[in-house]
Ligand binder design. Structure first.
Ligand SMILES: C[S@@+](CC[C@H](N)C(=O)[O-])C[C@H]1O[C@@H](n2cnc3c(N)ncnc32)[C@H](O)[C@@H]1O
Length: 231
């Protein structure tokens, strides 16, 4: 999977404002529920973990990308590149922010939800977002070229058969004025609302709320935020 290449180009995608807005919404929910001791699943480079710590909330992060976790650890964040099934502690709340569940294919989603359920304290919360169909079809699809002094990035994303395939190419200038080329793809999976609701309930969660969230567009919700409680 192209998660490590994504980690190298993420900073150039100019998503800072959107990321900040989504993180603020999650922080608001955590304050509202008075939650401490969080595991951030798919923590990326640790931006949300830093918001939590700045507000005195304890957090541990995990991500499948070794490169992302190296960045977290360089900021002295408590984070490991492990799968949720290998987490040994339990937490008051798990978060999975910015499409993390869309990276998980349908065949693995039930295991992921069951493993997340296992690492929560009784009455623990699982709060996450997923892309809506509108988000995939109207927002995520398309092409983008980024031309920087020492980098050239080409991104091409196509949504077909309920999957978004994003091809990424990164050319990086070397000291000798030649370029190295890296190429990889990421696949994200659309999970329909009813399918997700049924699966979450069957994995031992009560869905308290599903929030329609307009992150990239005023037109229609491009994300759902799920607030689920372990039962
Ligand atoms: C778009 S990034 C979001 C990063 C971070 N949560 C944020 O809000 O900035 C999605 C992250 O999910 C991670 N990821 C994908 N599937 C995962 C899984 N099954 N377990 C843990 N992390 C995963 C990716 O490596 C990537 O860092």
């Amino acid at each position: 999977m192209g998660l490590d290449l994504y980690s190298k180009i993420e900073a150039y995608l100019e998503l800072e404002e959107e990321v900040k807005e989504l993180h603020s919404a999650f922080l608001g929910l955590i304050f509202e529920k008075n939650l401490n001791d969080i595991i951030d699943i798919g923590c990326g480079q640790g931006a949300f973990m830093m918001h939590l710590l700045a507000n005195g909330i304890e957090v541990y992060g995990i991500d499948l990308s070794v490169e992302q976790i190296k960045v977290c650890q360089s900021f002295n964040l408590r984070a490991d590149a492990i799968d949720v099934k290998d987490v040994e502690d339990t937490f008051a709340c798990a978060t999975a922010i910015f499409d993390v569940l869309n990276y998980i294919p349908k065949t693995s989603l039930e295991d992921f939800l069951k493993n997340t359920h296992k690492i929560l304290n009784p009455d623990g919360y699982f709060i996450f977002d997923v892309n809506t169909l509108f988000g995939f079809e109207e927002i995520a699809q398309g092409s983008l070229n980024i031309n920087q002094k020492d980098k050239f990035i080409a991104i091409d994303a196509i949504f077909e058969n309920n999957e978004l395939k994003t091809d990424m190419t990164l050319f990086s200038k070397t000291k000798n004025n030649t370029y190295t080329k890296e190429q990889d793809s990421i696949i994200q999976y659309y999970h329909a609302l009813d399918y997700l609701k049924n699966l979450i309930s069957s994995c031992g969660f009560k869905i308290e709320q599903v929030i329609n969230f307009n992150l990239h567009s005023d037109e229609d919700a491009d994300k759902y935020i799920f607030i689920c409680k372990k039962i």
